[in-house]
Design a protein. Structure first.
Length: 481
């Protein structure tokens, strides 16, 4: 196994300590042991990083190089990530607690393909010519947003960095990235390969640190043009307020409470698999987790009995074991929060069909849990648990289902299981969410947009849609007289 190195800040392609000299510990959530420590950036370091990013944006090779050359550098990041994928997968598993089978088969391939995708898009970003009235030639330029602050969460540390960096770099922005304090290690390693790939100094600066210090400094900094945030709805609201001080552009990818809907006419075995994938992938620490499992009354009991049998066979434990299907929650805080929600569910009348307790004496493992008899007004159906807890809710008919599915402040995603293709498409239109999965769940591709309705945020990541987040349009008029 690799030696986990202590981490530093990355500013202007140099690794440095925080000005305060502070460092913070990073823990392996599966063992509760310290993994290493990392320099703790705060406002002073963010300031240095923003200065470096501004210099790199306004002058120097990044600004003058062709979009195609930018694309080549991004592609080299993808190639190097691929070359080192096993080290990245192991490091992510050690730091986050997620199973190695997932870091190998989801986090790494998706991160690599995100850089590949944006490498290919870099030289395809352009404006239009517009047929205006009068004797004018009018055209638009699509220019980079400028210095971009990116604040990312701990659930997919490398993948969220890739989703943010791919489009920002492709458009020619420069970046100050803050990984989550729980999981800074793979983002820092990504910084190493970005330098090796030839990213010029100042284009990517990485400041590990805490939210209210380093994160808030990014959101308030007057010389940051745009902030992109992924995290909780609660913190998203704070970031938006802070960013309002200088009217920064903001994009937010926030929480969810997705309905995963199973009709009686679905392929039940496939839907059971989909329910499992929907809630237990990444220990349920997924903003689009299918946490409200809506079951048509006719199949409710049969479905839950099948699901229970499957859940009780899940292998929960050592995240480094390739056979493990569910690892540890990221931190003690999350572990306690999840168990607290299960208690709250019981108090409000739900029943624990299976799970509902820690899975191991050591480490932050929670048993995969099914709560039965939930109604959509209970706390467990309204608030994001961010853990391996699925709330089963029975529904009678289409109208009853639709009303309940949309009765949430969130709108990130939804799953629909039915063999009736017309019904599936009608419902896909009716559900207020940014992603709808029909007879599948948790499918991702770098080319397909992802983002929220309602309080799940705004702005779309991935695909060509993400270019909107990092560019601004300039209209140029030329008199032809
Ligand atoms: P989670 O609930 O998933 O831990 P958070 O929304 O708390 O998500 O955190 C997501 C990211 O936001 C992390 O990088 C965290 O450090 C950062 N963050 C937390 N609080 C603030 C804040 N007040 N200002 C800016 N960033 C913050």
């Amino acid at each position: 196994m690799q030696v986990v190195k202590p981490g530093k800040l990355l500013i202007n392609n140099e690794w440095c300590e925080a000005e305060s000299g502070k460092r913070f510990s990073v823990t392996n959530p599966a063992t509760e042991q310290k993994l290493t420590d990392v320099a703790e950036g705060d406002a002073a370091d963010v300031n240095r990083a923003v200065k470096a990013a501004r210099r790199a944006f306004e002058s120097g090779p990044w600004k003058t190089m062709s979009a195609r050359e930018r694309g080549r550098i991004i592609n080299r990041i993808a190639i190097l990530l691929d070359k080192h994928k096993e080290e990245f997968a192991e490091l992510e598993t050690l730091n986050n607690g997620k199973p190695i089978s997932e870091t190998r088969n989801a986090d790494l391939p998706l991160s690599i393909e995100t850089f590949e995708y944006y490498a290919g898009l870099a030289d395809k970003i352009h404006g239009d010519t517009i047929p205006v009235s009068g004797n004018f030639f009018n055209y638009t330029l699509r220019e980079p947003a400028g210095v971009v602050g990116q604040i990312i969460p701990w659930n997919f540390p490398l993948l969220m960095a890739a989703w943010k960096l791919g489009p920002a770099l492709a458009t020619g922005c420069t970046v100050v990235l803050k990984p989550a304090e729980q999981t800074p290690l793979t983002a820092l390693k990504l910084g190493e390969i970005a330098i090796e790939a030839g990213l010029p100094a100042g284009v990517l600066n990485i400041i590990p640190g805490y939210g209210p210090t380093a994160g808030a400094a990014i959101a308030t900094h007057p010389d940051v043009d745009k902030v992109a945030f992924t995290g909780s709805t609660e913190v998203g609201k704070i970031v938006m307020q802070l960013a309002g001080a200088n009217l920064k552009r903001v994009s937010l990818e926030l929480g969810g409470k997705a309905p995963n809907i199973v009709f009686a006419d679905s392929d039940i075995e496939a839907a059971v698999n989909g329910a499992m994938r929907g809630i237990f992938f990444n220990q349920g620490e997924v903003c689009c987790a299918g946490s409200r499992l809506f079951l048509e009354e006719k199949i409710h009991d049969e479905f839950l009995s099948k699901l229970k049998t499957r859940v009780e066979k899940m292998i929960v434990g050592n995240p480094l074991d390739p056979k493990t299907q569910m690892g540890a929650q990221v931190s003690e805080e999350q572990f306690k929060k999840i168990l607290g929600y299960i208690d709250q569910g019981k108090k409000e009348g739900a029943t624990v069909l299976t799970g509902g307790a820690p899975a191991q004496p050591k480490g932050y493992f929670v048993k995969p849990t099914i709560l039965e008899g939930v109604n959509n007004n209970m706390t467990v159906a309204r608030e994001e648990i961010f853990g391996p807890v699925v709330c089963a809710i029975a529904f009678k008919n289409h109208d009853d289902l639709c009303r309940q599915a949309n009765d949430t402040v969130y709108g990130l995603s939804a799953g629909i299981w039915t063999r009736d293709i017309g019904k599936a498409h009608r419902l896909a239109k009716e559900i207020k969410a940014g992603t709808i999965w029909i007879n599948c769940y948790n499918c991702f591709d770098a080319a397909s947009p992802f983002g929220g309705f309602k309080q799940s945020g705004f702005g779309r990541e991935l695909g060509k849609y993400a270019l909107e987040l990092y560019t601004q349009v300039k209209s140029v008029w030329v008199s032809l007289d």
